[in-house]
Design a protein around this ligand. Structure first.
Ligand SMILES: NC(=O)c1ccc[n+]([C@@H]2O[C@H](COP(=O)([O-])OP(=O)(O)OC[C@H]3O[C@@H](n4cnc5c(N)ncnc54)[C@H](O)[C@@H]3O)[C@@H](O)[C@H]2O)c1
Ligand SMILES: O=C(O)C(=O)C[C@@H](O)[C@H](O)[C@H](O)COP(=O)(O)O
Ligand SMILES: [Zn+2]
Length: 353
């Protein structure tokens, strides 16, 4: 897999023009959800190279990251004359870049695509690294492919219209990048004024955060080893997210990751010696900014069953990425059912549930 080009744009217009010209497509398509169609497409629609772009609009948010929506995109591409030499631009958050990336990877066995992420989460994480896919059978990203975008164009100006919930959702993946990289990066994240964001500083932090991901993906594009570090917080986080979806009370992906981090930092403390003061510091930040995920001990078995579907697992054994300390990663860790249930008890207790 070749190294993916990720550009922190000074000027989106020229970067996008160059990126499209480099692909020399016969036809151009732009995929948005209903919100990014209204809020973000106007920023690029009038760029001369975009004038011929045919628009495909899908429903917003993870409830629409489905096979039905994927089929709508395939249908639109097919009916509007897309060929193997066409180019798809995904303009949106991680839902659009995941689903659009998978549509591009599968349409006529694969066409070129460019990601222009418009949420914080998609900028630092989802748009980069080639994991594409959809939710299926009540499970997160159950169907998908590794298929990197030809190019990823980051423009933090899009963040100005993002609401606080989606800001914090993306910030959870940044915290994850802080935890798996360096104490300095984690400290700057914990110290950032999230109530009145300094957008210049945020742009720099986005650059550092996405670099953490790029470095790991470059070493291990298909998650045979070190890429599992990017899944910290997700073994339990995805179970929370799927449970919430099943109970028709969906939560944002990054919130589920933040709550998953609380549990997996506790597990890291129990099993890998992660320092208690650091654990408490990060949990305090999450408690203050994300609130609790309500569940009772009646949910434990369901959560455990969901964790049995984690993609890192082998032969029915649940696989965790844990930390010995900030930046000291311990891959392929396991925990027995009693210990996992103890982490749920810990979570509920420290969240005041
Ligand atoms: N492929 C990966 O490596 C990877 C990594 C992390 C997360 N993900 C996936 O990403 C998805 C979550 O992505 P997300 O958090 O970006 O959510 P999202 O794409 O659902 O976007 C969240 C909301 O913000 C709106 N929005 C987008 N840009 C906006 C803007 N600039 N201003 C105002 N509103 C805007 C969207 O329309 C949507 O309503 C999940 O499906 C998750 O599984 C994938
Ligand atoms: O890029 C990766 O690798 C990640 O694990 C990043 C995660 O933040 C992301 O949510 C990813 O989609 C999870 O992948 P999955 O393989 O657990 O479905
Ligand atoms: Zn994630």
């Amino acid at each position: 897999m070749s190294k993916q080009e990720v550009i922190l744009c000074k000027e989106l217009e020229s970067s996008l023009t160059q990126a499209i010209e480099k692909c020399s497509p016969d036809r151009l398509f732009v995929l948005t959800d209903e919100h990014t169609h209204r809020l973000c497409l106007p920023q690029i629609k009038d760029i001369p190279v975009m004038r011929q772009a045919q628009e495909i609009v899908i429903g917003a948010e993870d409830v629409n990251k489905t096979l039905e929506t994927l089929a709508q995109v395939w249908q639109a591409l097919s009916q509007q004359g897309a060929t193997r030499h066409s180019l798809l631009i995904n303009l949106g958050g991680g839902m659009v870049t995941d689903l659009g990336g998978f549509a591009a990877a599968t349409f006529k066995r694969g066409i070129a695509y460019i990601n222009i992420p418009t949420t914080l989460l998609a900028m630092v994480d989802a748009s980069v690294g080639g994991k594409t896919g959809i939710n299926f059978n009540g499970l997160k990203n159950e169907i998908g492919a590794f298929a990197p975008a030809n190019c990823v164009l980051l423009d933090t100006e899009f963040l100005r219209s993002l609401d606080a919930h989606n800001f914090f959702s993306g910030y959870a993946e940044m915290l994850k990048h802080g935890l798996i990289s360096t104490p300095q990066h984690l400290d700057e994240l914990l110290a950032f004024d999230t109530e009145q964001p300094d957008y210049v500083l945020l742009k720099n932090m986005v650059g550092r955060s996405v670099q953490v991901k790029e470095d790991i993906v470059e070493q291990d594009p298909k998650e045979h080893g070190i890429r599992k570090a990017l899944n910290l917080g997700h073994t339990i986080g995805h179970a929370f997210e799927s449970l919430a979806l099943a109970e028709s009370r969906p939560v944002l992906h990054g919130y589920a990751v933040a709550w998953g981090l609380v549990c997996e930092l506790y597990l890291s403390h129990l099993q890998a010696g992660f320092p208690q003061d650091r654990m408490r510091q990060v949990i305090q930040f999450i408690k203050e900014n994300y609130g609790p995920f309500p569940f009772t001990c009646k949910h434990y078995d369901h959560l455990y069953e969901l964790m049995l579907h984690d993609k890192k697992n082998t032969a029915g054994v649940i696989n965790f990425t844990l930390l010995k300390d900030v930046g000291e990663i311990s891959l392929n860790q396991t925990a027995d059912k009693d210990t996992i249930f103890e982490t749920f008890d810990f979570f509920r207790e420290c969240m005041g549930l």
